[in-house]
Write a protein that binds this ligand. Structure first.
Ligand code: MV4
Length: 451
């Protein structure tokens, strides 16, 4: 392949994409803000273009500046990473009309799946189980009330243009409904420019289990197992693993088949994720579909021994998957801990600043995806993800022991990190037993720091 790829992102994911490009002989162009001149993605890329001031709106979210950077460097393709412009259909459209291949799904697919009602309707039509609720948007409060009565309380009202936990309202009894309905509508209009809301039965303590998909845009979609992402705080995932300790082989097969049917029905291209809510009775229900590569993709890569970014690039240029990936079977177990520059003893408050020492763990089955190094100054303008520590083991027990060992080896000085938090979770009996749901961290308290 003879292409030049612009990476429209920063941090560890920019490095991750550059590495994939290098292995397939593609030239790379980094973009960076004034706060990121010392970032590794700038040094690892063949070329780099400064696109503006630190604020994301003036740099990584600034479409004209990114398109200009692609044009002056003669880049013929662009990888958006995750976050920033990764799920912006207009941006994908502008890339395509500027002759720049967008390494992701079609603009039409991004915009369709961004509409959570459309996504749900499409999946339901394809035979995927969806959460019981309204058929489409709620016309008015009266309709909301009538529906809530028939579903039974509690219910949840979600913004059609929302997603990822933004713009949701739980309603526990009828007396709260009027207020919740109008608040959800207002929030949706202000937050997403679309007041449309829909209703679902509310599941109190589900697990978040998601299926990794890869579509070739020629009608074929592969399902690469599932990830359990239930360990999260305020909709920020902290630990992910594959396979899920809660999913049996029988249920896994049904989940994979459902996800494939849904994605093949829309002829999906690129990497994508179908999010399921998984309940105590082992039932799964479609929640939403993400049309990007996700932060936690490495756990899938470790158990399937496949480079998801390379596959994304292949299918974006109209090639098929690598032929060896036809009968995919996972091997062993992988766990990821997100190492953030945050203080877990102080409510996970971000702790930007200078990293004075940085020693990453290594050895068999250990992977560290990071852009950090000793002497690196973490800027306050972006998210606090510093490193992803991923381990792979023969089974979950070995992966867990390996994670404990790797967390022990990891040395980061100068800023607080989530390492002590992860060390405590790895010792928690409920985590060890695989007995957790999305509320695991609600009542989790940090032990006193030993000083
Ligand atoms: C739900 C739910 C319970 N019942 N929908 C949060 C993220 C977004 N994808 C949807 N979310 C939820 N939707 C119904 N009908 C609970 C959540 C939820 C959640 C889901 C996944 C991971 C963490 C979560 C934390 C709180 C709530």
């Amino acid at each position: 392949m003879n292409h030049k790829i612009l990476i429209a992102n920063r941090g560890e994911i920019a490095l991750r994409v550059i590495r994939a490009c290098k292995e397939i002989g593609l030239k790379t162009v980094a973009v960076y803000s004034q706060a990121d001149a010392d970032c590794l993605h700038v040094r690892f890329a063949d070329e780099a273009v400064c696109i503006g001031p630190p604020s994301p709106a003036e740099s990584y979210l600034n479409v004209p500046r990114i398109i200009s950077a692609a044009e002056i460097t003669n880049s013929d393709a662009l990888h958006p990473g995750y976050g920033f412009l990764a799920e912006n259909a207009k941006f994908a459209e502008i890339c395509e009309s500027s002759g720049i291949t967008f390494i992701g799904p079609t603009p039409e697919m991004i915009s369709k799946m961004g509409d959570k009602i459309y996504a749900k309707t499409t999946m339901k039509k394809a035979g995927v189980p969806v959460i019981p609720g309204s058929e489409g948007g709620l016309a008015n409060e009266g309709e909301a009330r009538e529906l809530a009565r028939s579903i039974g309380f509690p219910v949840i009202i979600k913004a059609a243009a929302g997603g990822g936990g933004r713009g949701m309202r739980i309603v526990r009894e009828e007396s709260e409904l009027a207020k919740a309905f109008s608040a959800a509508q207002t929030e949706a209009r202000v937050g997403f420019g679309d007041p449309t809301v829909y209703m679902e039965r509310y599941f109190e303590s589900p697990r978040h289990v998601e299926v990794q998909l890869l579509g070739n845009g020629r009608g074929k979609v592969l399902a690469l197992g599932e990830r359990d992402c239930s360990i999260q705080r305020k909709h920020q995932k902290l630990i992910e693993e594959s396979p899920s300790p809660a999913v049996s082989p029988e249920v896994r097969k049904m989940m994979m088949d459902a996800a494939i049917a849904g994605a093949e029905a829309v002829n999906y291209r690129s990497a994508g994720t179908v999010e399921f809510l998984f309940d105590e009775s082992n039932s799964f229900y479609f929640m939403e579909m993400n049309t990007r590569i996700q932060v936690e993709h490495p756990v899938t890569e470790m158990v399937f021994n496949i480079d998801l970014i390379k596959e994304q690039i292949r299918v974006a240029f109209g090639d098929d998957f690598k032929h060896t990936h036809v009968n995919l079977e996972p091997v062993g177990h992988a766990i990821e801990c997100r190492i953030n520059a945050e203080d877990p003893y102080k409510g996970f408050r971000p702790t930007p600043g200078m990293i004075t020492s940085f020693h990453t763990p290594g050895g068999l089955g250990v992977r560290v995806d990071t852009h950090a190094y000793a002497g690196y100054q973490i800027p306050p303008f972006y998210d606090s993800l510093m490193a992803k520590l991923i381990v792979h083991g023969y089974d979950r027990t070995e992966a867990l022991e390996r994670m404990k060992r790797a967390l022990e080896e990891f040395v980061i000085e100068g800023v607080s990190t989530t390492i002590p938090f992860h060390q405590q979770v790895m010792k928690d009996s409920r985590f060890i037993e695989g007995n957790f749901n999305t509320h695991f961290l609600d009542h989790f308290t940090m032990e006193d720091r030993d000083e």
